[in-house]
Ligand binder design. Structure first.
Ligand code: PLP
Length: 390
């Protein structure tokens, strides 16, 4: 056979991620669109960001700031991030050697994992957890060690975390404020983690993307506030969450210089750098701290509006201490498993939610689903009207 008559054949590939399929987020969003349901499933705002932020970015574009920025991020943005962390959490990270701008928190997390996890290393995740953690660890050849948060309260269970630590444990991924449970770790819980890890070489990847959404006068307990914890942590955050621009996919990592050096070795070859005008725009916009300082009040008002409406339904409210999520117990409404309940709720009542089982590798079902309240008041009211019929 000559090369002109050869049949085209794509070689078969053995998947690296056999457990990964279409996520429930995609399924629920597609169903919400198809059925015209109010989409309180996937976590993103349905309102616009501050026009001044858009202006700052378009201004940077118009000024010709459109070529590759430094690999580590635009210096002004790294400086602004260092200033913000210092003012919020009292620790100064060196913008030159300890802060890196990333393509959202998602790229920050996988980059940290790839930088430090080797085949055979164990990495602890606390379930329920954000869906990228487990595949990230698997891609690095690591072994995922799942430790449940206490069912019902979703607090960390330090006895179980302690029992999961072995000489092979390389890292633990924590997330506070927590998606999906909307819990916020207390100072005491952070101190317990710090004490527990003190005799070990375990690293921490601290996913703090909802850092500016903490309610009822509580404060976000960043790993940066605890010297011994900060010394072993990659702290990850996302401008997408803080500034209502999830589609821009820009975030950052703060970590001690030696960890940042390893992080950047991977970063420069998996993304190299992050888009320039958005970085300049964010740097200019961050000069005013009010947008992030006012965020707790902004989201607390939405949370309260949503909770007041939900309290009039047969769904049982769980606490929402932070994030833009509200979980509810469905057991007094339906006997269906969580995921079937969400499909039924979307089709029959026109409101999309996410089952908590989607955040557990084994699909653990505790009759709890998650709503996102980062929505216009009219969207929340439309959803509440429908949920009142349950
Ligand atoms: C806990 C958590 N971590 C990380 C991310 C990803 O953030 P980004 O959009 O900046 O990649 C999300 C987004 O939903 C999240 O909820």
């Amino acid at each position: 056979m000559s090369s002109e008559t050869l049949a085209a054949r794509t070689p078969a590939v053995t998947t690296k991620l056999p457990a990964v399929g279409t996520t429930i987020f995609t399924v629920m969003s597609a169903l919400a669109t198809e059925t015209g349901a109010v989409n309180l499933g996937q976590g993103f705002p349905d309102f616009e960001c501050d026009p001044q932020l858009v202006h700052a970015v378009t201004d940077a574009m118009a000024r010709g700031l459109n070529q590759y920025p430094p690999m580590t991020g635009v210096p002004a943005l790294r400086e602004a991030v260092a200033d913000k962390i210092e003012s919020m959490d009292g620790r100064r990270y060196d913008p030159a050697t300890e802060i890196t701008i990333t393509a959202g928190a998602t790229q920050a997390i996988i980059t940290a994992v790839l930088a430090v996890v080797r085949p055979g290393d164990e990495v602890i995740v606390l379930e329920p957890c954000y869906d990228s953690y487990v595949p990230n660890i698997e891609l690095a050849g690591g072994t995922v060690v799942r430790v449940p948060l206490v069912p019902g309260t979703f607090r960390p269970d330090f006895d179980r975390i302690a029992a999961a630590l072995t000489p092979r444990t390389r890292a633990i991924i924590i997330n506070s404020p927590h998606n999906p449970s909307a819990t916020v770790w207390t100072r005491e819980e952070m101190l317990r983690l710090q004490d527990l890890l003190a005799p070990t070489d375990v690293l921490v990847i601290s996913d703090e993307v909802y850092e500016h959404m903490v309610f009822d006068g509580q404060r976000h307990q960043s790993a940066a506030r605890f010297a011994a914890l900060a010394a072993r942590s990659f702290i990850v955050s996302s401008f997408g969450k803080t500034y209502h621009v999830t589609g821009w996919k820009v975030g950052y990592v703060a970590a001690p210089a030696s960890l940042t050096a390893e992080f950047r070795k991977v970063h420069q070859f998996n993304v190299f750098t992050v888009n320039t005008p958005v970085q300049h725009g964010l740097a200019a916009y961050m000069a005013d701290p009010r947008p992030y300082l006012e965020l707790p009040a902004f989201y607390q008002r939405k949370r309260d509006l949503f909770r007041q409406g939900l309290a009039r339904t047969r769904l049982r409210l769980l606490p929402s201490e932070g994030t833009y999520f509200q979980c509810v117990d469905i057991s007094s409404v339906s006997d269906l498993p969580e995921s079937e309940f969400c499909l039924w709720l979307t089709r029959e009542f026109g409101v999309a939610a996410i089952p908590l089982s989607a955040f557990y590798a084994d699909g653990f079902d505790q009759r709890v689903v998650r709503f996102c309240f980062a929505k216009r008041d009219e969207t929340l009211n439309a959803a509440l009207e429908r949920l009142a019929r349950l």
